[in-house]
Design a protein around this ligand. Sequence first.
Ligand code: 15L
Length: 274
Amino acid sequence: MTDNRPLLLTGAAGILGRWLRPRLIEKYGALRSSDVADPAPPLAGEEIVVAELADFDAVDRLVKGAGRIIHFGGISFETSFDRILKANIAGTYNVFEAARRHGAGPIVYASSNHAIGFYTKDDRLDANVPQRPDSLYGVSKAFGEDLASFFADKYGMDFACLRIGTARPDPIDPRHLSTWQSYEDLLRLIDACFAAPKLGCTILYGVSNNDRSWWSNADAPHVAYRPQDNAETFAAKLLPDGDKRDLAAPAVKYQGGPFAAEDYMQRPADAPGR
Ligand code: 15L
């Protein structure tokens, strides 16, 4: 469906946001990019709005006049509940509620594999498994999925909740052989979501076509996502002597990796990926 309103991208200053911006402009035209930090300089066709997601009035102004939304903003790592509460829980509510008020959407929402991170690497998941968050961050992503379900059921809005695995240029850890999503495949997934006839609240795994993937998108045939990349091409480099990891260690045992360890508290400066 054509939508001449600008596409809104939150989290535009993040690693994924910076990679996506020129490609979104090329595909969708006018882009409104937002973050709490200024993602300057603006590109041709791009309007930049600095906004704090926890501030409803600021988010309301941000969303007004926008069409499709890619909500990648918020905190992307484990931290204190107070920070998660503001950026991810209140922030996601503010984006979805402002979209409802202004008739914006559909919304592609960056959920995370950490919403289901306490499944083990022996489990195989589809979109219907109960959430098993592995961190407060994962809990906030599970909340965002539930919030999307609520807004879809009550108000007929459309959401794709992407349980993104590990979106980065290359896999750099054995876990990524299962969780990796290349940037190009992430963009393919976003495009497929916006091309879908009707989303309702669709849960999808953001993962490439990895031989060792734990996740299936078979429940979402209405989203024509055809990933092209496969982490297996990096297997020999990442596991040159076979898999010698301690399979009982939480970071290996659970799908969420290090997030599942009891004492895990990742600091912003350590945050890999996005
Ligand atoms: C995420 O959700 C994080 O934002 C990212 O930094 C990675 O940790 C990724 O998951 C992952 O699980 O590899």
